[in-house]
Design a protein around this ligand. Structure first.
Ligand code: NAP
Length: 289
């Protein structure tokens, strides 16, 4: 199969490495000549160009640009494609992106590989990034079933676990497990920084260990991704944050009133139920955004 990739960054580059290894012919489009050269040298793509016309011979095209430009990319791409060409994306937010993209290209399948890491760009791309991770497909009522099946097959060939849901359900679910954690983790770092005594703050920085490393990791990631989550998944992120604030208020009240029995019950429940959120096999050093 001829597979096109637009945006040769972390996700686009990692896809290219895997898809070439699987025997596909990979065509890449970048905005920068030196990225085209590097992508060919690193065997991420077979051919690369600055020009979207390279995509004309692709059977399936992965749009791997930042969320903000997925719609515009699909629009610019559409005049160069034949009707059968399947276009899919990898954006971390789906409702607005998928509906807008499908208006420009009806043969569009929304997708989100739940794999990534803190680093960005082609240098960060790695083979096997998607293995054992969830890959969510978010069809609309109008999405051609055969195109959905083709993208699902490709995702499965990357050793990913394929899930399917509506774009809205995706956005609400990822608000809980991906976008809320970024906001909470960032707020945690901000709260620590608000310590008024500089000596205490310095001591806290020196004493911070694995617990703080775990809980602050996603808050210390790429700011652009956090902005995209808040901007493009605003409704679901706000809803999750408001529920979280309510829970936090309840916790403050329990501690304030020294209601240890209730706090204990609460912590026992979270200890018991956390594994339910950890059903995918753990993948070291990989973080879903
Ligand atoms: P990235 O490493 O920064 O790569 C994005 C690439 O898009 C850039 O390398 C660039 O490629 C191209 N690009 C950047 N700005 C552009 C613009 N204004 N117009 C056209 N192309 C542009 O980011 P990424 O992490 O791969 O993220 C790409 C997509 O994957 C996003 O939609 C994100 O939501 C999604 N995603 C990210 C992760 C993650 O953990 N990072 C995980 C799952 C999904 P060229 O230099 O080749 O043009």
């Amino acid at each position: 199969m001829n597979v096109g990739i637009i945006g040769l960054g972390l996700i686009g580059g990692s896809l290219g490495l895997d898809l070439r290894q699987l025997g596909h012919r990979v065509l890449g489009v970048s905005r920068r000549p030196h990225i085209c050269e590097a992508a060919i040298a690193r065997k991420v793509v077979d051919e690369a160009s600055l020009d979207l016309t390279l995509m004309a011979t692709a059977d399936v095209i992965f749009v791997c640009t930042p969320i903000a430009v997925i719609e515009a990319t699909v629009e610019q791409l559409s005049p160069h494609l034949s009707e059968q060409t399947i276009v899919t994306d990898v954006g971390s937010v789906k409702e607005t992106v998928v509906r807008a993209a499908a208006r420009h290209w009806p043969n569009f399948v929304g997708g989100h590989p739940m794999a990534g890491k803190a680093d960005a760009g082609l240098e960060a791309a790695e083979a096997g990034l998607f293995a054992q991770c969830a890959y969510v497909l978010t069809p609309l009522e109008t999405t051609p079933p055969t195109s959905l099946a083709t993208v699902a097959q490709i995702a499965q060939s990357l050793q990913a676990h394929v899930y399917q849901c509506s774009p809205k359900a995706h956005d609400r679910a990822v608000a809980w497990i991906s976008h809320l954690p970024v906001m909470v983790s960032s707020s945690l770092i901000q709260a620590c920084l608000s310590e008024p005594d500089a000596t205490i703050l310095e001591l806290a920085k020196n004493l911070a260990s694995s617990g703080f490393r775990d809980t602050s990791r996603v808050g210390g990631g790429n700011p652009e991704l956090g902005i995209m989550m808040a901007q493009y998944n605003r409704e679901a992120v706000l809803g999750a944050l408001q529920r979280y604030r309510h829970i936090l208020d309840q916790m403050i009240e329990q501690i304030d009133k020294q209601n240890w029995a209730q706090l204990s019950q609460w912590l026992q429940q979270t200890q018991r139920t956390r594994p339910e959120f950890m059903q995918s096999p753990p993948v070291p050093d990989k973080a879903e955004p």
